[in-house]
Each structure stands twice: as C-alpha cells, then as structure tokens.
Design a protein around this ligand. Structure first.
Ligand SMILES: Cc1cc2nc3c(=O)[nH]c(=O)nc-3n(C[C@H](O)[C@H](O)[C@H](O)COP(=O)(O)OP(=O)(O)OC[C@H]3O[C@@H](n4cnc5c(N)ncnc54)[C@H](O)[C@@H]3O)c2cc1C
Length: 447
C-alpha cells in the first residue's frame, strides 16, 4: 500500500463508492463528510426506496441524461448496472426491477444501500471523519497537496471532489464543491434546478384541484402563451430529452406521457419533473405554457364520438355527472367551470359546439408557467463543473494534477428513474480507481 493519501470530500453516493474503490485498489483513503453521518440523500431517494438504477440499455440510458450524457460512455463502459447490482448483491442487497424498468432494493429500503456502501468502505479501511467541512483544496503549482477544512488542513497526494449538487441542502449538498472547484480555476456551467415542480399563473384553478393526480396523461410544453397553444397541431408523439435523438418541432419544447399531480402553486408529479429542466431553460427566452391532454389514447374525433354516445345513453343526467366518469371527482367542478357550460345542464341539451369545447378542454388543459420552485427543492442540480475540463476516461481534472471529480458536482443530470444514482456510482468508481492508480504511479512529494 502506498503511504500517499487520497482524500475524498463528501460521503454521498459517489464519494462512498470512490473511497471504497480507491481503498480496494490499495490506496490510503480519508473520507471527509460535513454532516453527522454519510449518505443522507440516498436515504431519502426514491421516496426512501432508493431507485438505484434502471434496466434501460446503455444508449437509451445515456439519452435520459441529455446532451451531456455522452460524457458517461467511458464510465459506463467500465462500471454499469450489472456491476452495481453485483456489488449490492455481494453486500447482501437483492434488487428487483419494476414494470417501468426502475430497479430498487427488494426490501424497498434505501438503508440497505447505504449499509452496503458503509460496509464496503469499512472492509477496505477507509478512514471516515464526519462533522467536518472542506473549505478548499490546497495546490502547489498545478499539483494537489491537501484539503483545507473548518477543522484544519489535511495533506493528500490526490483529492476526489464528491460534494454533490446544491439541492436538498438539508442532506449536506449545499453547493460547496462548486466554489471549491471554481477557486482552482474550473469553469462552472450555470446551476439550474432539474426535476422540479412548476408554478403556474392559473392559481385559482390549480388550488381547486390541489392533490388531484392524473395517470398517464400527455404533457406538452410550448414556447408561447397558453392562449396561443391552440394555434398549433396537437402533439401525439414524445419529444425532448429522454425520448430519442430527434429535436422537438418548433415551438414544442418537450412532450411526454406520465403522471402529474396538481399542487396549490402549480403542477408536480413525475411527468412534470421530467419536463421541468427543458421548461426552466426555455423560460430564459420568453413565455412557456403547457397543455395537458387528459385523454391521450383517443384523438379529438374519437373522444367527441365517445361523449356523444354517453350523452345519448344518459341524456337526462347533468353533463357534470358524466364528467364524474371521466375525471377524478375533485376535478369535476373546476373543470366544468372552466368549460363555461352550466353544470346542471342535461347531457342531451349540450350543443355540438359545447361538446367541442368539452373535448378541447379534455385534450388540452392549458397553463402558463410562471416559474419553478427554488433550486433547494429540485431533485437534481443541472449545471456544475464543466465537462470540458474533466477527462471522461478517468474523471481527472484537466487543470490540476491529482484532482478528480464524481457525481452531481459535475455538469450532469438525468431524468427520474435511477439514472442519477447510477451516474454517481459509475463516476465514483472510476474516480476512485484512477486516483489510486495516480498515487501508485505518480511521484508527488510525500504526503
Ligand atoms: C428527494 C430526492 C430523491 C432522489 N431520488 C433518486 C432516486 O431514487 N434515484 C436516483 O437515481 N437519483 C435520485 N436522486 C438524485 C440522487 O440522490 C443524487 O443525484 C445523488 O445522490 C448524487 O450523488 P453525489 O454523491 O454526487 O451527491 P450526494 O449524494 O448529495 O453527496 C454529497 C455529499 O457531500 C457532502 N458534502 C458537501 N459539501 C461538503 C463539504 N464542503 N465538506 C464535506 N462534505 C461535503 C454532503 O454532505 C453529502 O453527504 C434523488 C434526489 C433527491 C433530492
């Protein structure tokens, strides 16, 4: 074992993996964590079930990470899903794949994943210090020499920066790593919230539907005001990040199917989160609106025919009661109000024009986006250390010798579905292995 030391800053998903791997490769490793215990974010991930990865094939997996996903080919070729699942199994964590491809511990317990990582680092004698905050990386010339903390300086021959993003700061990831990297000359790509709920202008409407969840609807985001959406043909296919290589047709930013939830401020749920970064970015250049197609399985003509049949069969019922079969109960009244058709009107009294209005509202319930919840409440931070200055084969800084990066501190972010944790584990593994190789082969001053 080399007596030169590697310091890993941050004991989250990527840092634990990096520390364990570097120590397994016979390096002396010190892991510094500012919270009182490691892996706080993993414990709340996947609603405490921890969605560790996804069954998608490599190319489709990479697409879910947006254009920067290409950076991950090197790390994923070296350490991917099967390696991660084998690692977890080695530490007694069986996993299961759900119908949509998400992979979780069979126990549905995120604690099993953190226990595996803790055992891994302990098995290889990683020294862990908690309640210590790194404030900077010490460098001589262009060579790393140690880490400055709020409790003194620690010499090191290599440093792995694994401080995570800037969202959910209560878990410890409050953006320190960005400042540390920038102080060394690394370029930061602007931070933005990804996987974040959206605020809409139509507050009264969403408030009246608060808590309503819609299953398998289509959400399409447009670069225009809500009132102008109907000028464009209805979107029927998926586009935007995570759906293939094609670019969405103008003025559509993204279109996907999934589940949404109405909140008192706007919209949330997996479908909203998945389209949120595209919307956040597009809002820089003008108004953005979304249209929710509540009945995506039928086109307008088919839906109109279905309604006509319903109205013929139950002509004496108020059309509001018929809506009860089509929508969650809490949504019926606000929706009826939105159509402007008096609620007690009997179904057989609805004119063709009113039926068309109903169809339009079911096929395109529109909201103008006002903003998003703050970065704190985003599941992932987009932006970060520029990938141009990091070697994708080694995770090494191209500017500073002996400096490595892994996890969310990098300008990488993926969809919900286990992609972010897999990226953290894979980049952590590579950074740990390569930092160990570096200290075994390079000959910096004795640390
Ligand atoms: C609510 C929620 C649910 C999520 N669910 C999933 C999911 O199911 N599947 C999925 O793939 N992704 C999920 N994610 C995203 C995923 O958890 C993160 O992308 C991943 O944890 C990033 O790993 P990381 O190692 O880069 O950072 P983190 O896991 O955030 O770890 C960073 C660590 O560095 C420490 N640190 C920070 N600054 C310092 C400092 N100055 N000194 C010392 N230590 C420091 C922090 O305390 C923290 O322990 C979720 C995120 C959130 C917020």
């Amino acid at each position: 074992m080399s007596n030169k030391r590697i310091i890993v800053i941050g004991a989250g998903a990527s840092g634990m993996m990096a520390a364990g791997k570097a120590a397994e490769a016979e390096a002396k490793v010190l892991l510094l964590e500012k919270m009182e215990r490691p892996c706080k974010k993993i414990l709340i991930s996947g609603q405490t079930r921890c969605n560790v990865t996804n069954s998608k094939e490599l190319d489709d997996f990479i697409i879910t990470m947006g254009p920067n996903g290409r950076f991950l080919y090197g790390a994923f070729h070296h350490y991917f899903r099967d390696d991660l699942l084998a690692f977890l199994k080695r530490y007694g964590v069986e996993t299961k794949t759900e119908a949509d491809g998400r992979i979780f511990p069979a126990s549905d317990n995120a604690g099993d994943v953190t226990n595996a990582l803790r055992e891994y680092t302990a098995d290889h004698k990683v020294q862990l210090i908690t309640d210590i905050r790194a404030t900077g990386i010490k460098v001589e010339g262009i060579q790393v020499t140690g880490v400055q903390t709020d409790k003194g300086a620690y010499p090191a021959a290599a440093v792995i920066l694994a401080t995570g993003g800037a969202s959910y700061p209560g878990t410890g990831s409050s953006g320190d790593g960005y400042k540390i990297a920038a102080a060394l000359g690394h370029t930061l790509v602007r931070l933005r919230p990804s996987l974040v709920p959206l605020i809409v202008h139509e507050t009264e409407l969403v408030k009246s539907m608060q808590g309503v969840s819609l299953h398998d609807v289509r959400l399409t985001a447009y670069k225009c005001q809500a009132r102008d959406i109907n000028n464009y043909p209805a979107q029927t296919g998926d586009c935007g990040r995570g759906t293939g290589h094609g670019h969405p047709p103008h003025p559509i930013i993204a279109s996907r199917r999934g589940d949404i939830i109405f909140a008192h401020f706007g919209i949330s749920g997996p479908l909203t989160l998945q389209t949120s970064l595209a919307i956040v970015d597009a809002m820089e250049n003008g108004p953005v609106s979304v249209s929710i197609d509540i009945k995506p399985e039928a086109n307008e003509k088919e839906l109109d025919q279905q309604l006509q049949q319903e109205f013929d069969q139950h002509g004496k019922r108020s059309y509001r009661h018929i809506l009860d079969d089509l929508l969650p109960h809490k949504m019926v009244q606000p929706f009826a109000k939105l159509t402007g058709i008096p609620q007690e009107k009997r179904a057989n009294q609805l004119s063709a024009q009113e039926r068309k209005r109903l169809v339009n509202s079911l096929k395109s319930l529109c909201f103008t986006i006002k903003g998003h919840l703050p970065l704190d409440s985003a599941m992932v931070t987009a932006g970060g250390v520029s990938l141009d200055e990091v070697d994708p084969r080694t995770m090494a800084s191209r500017l500073i010798k002996g400096l490595y990066f892994c996890g969310e501190v990098l300008d990488l972010d993926g969809d919900t579905g286990g992609y972010n944790l897999q990226a953290a584990f894979s980049t952590g593994y590579v950074a740990g292995e390569q930092a160990a190789t570096f200290i075994h082969t390079a000959h910096p001053q004795n640390m």
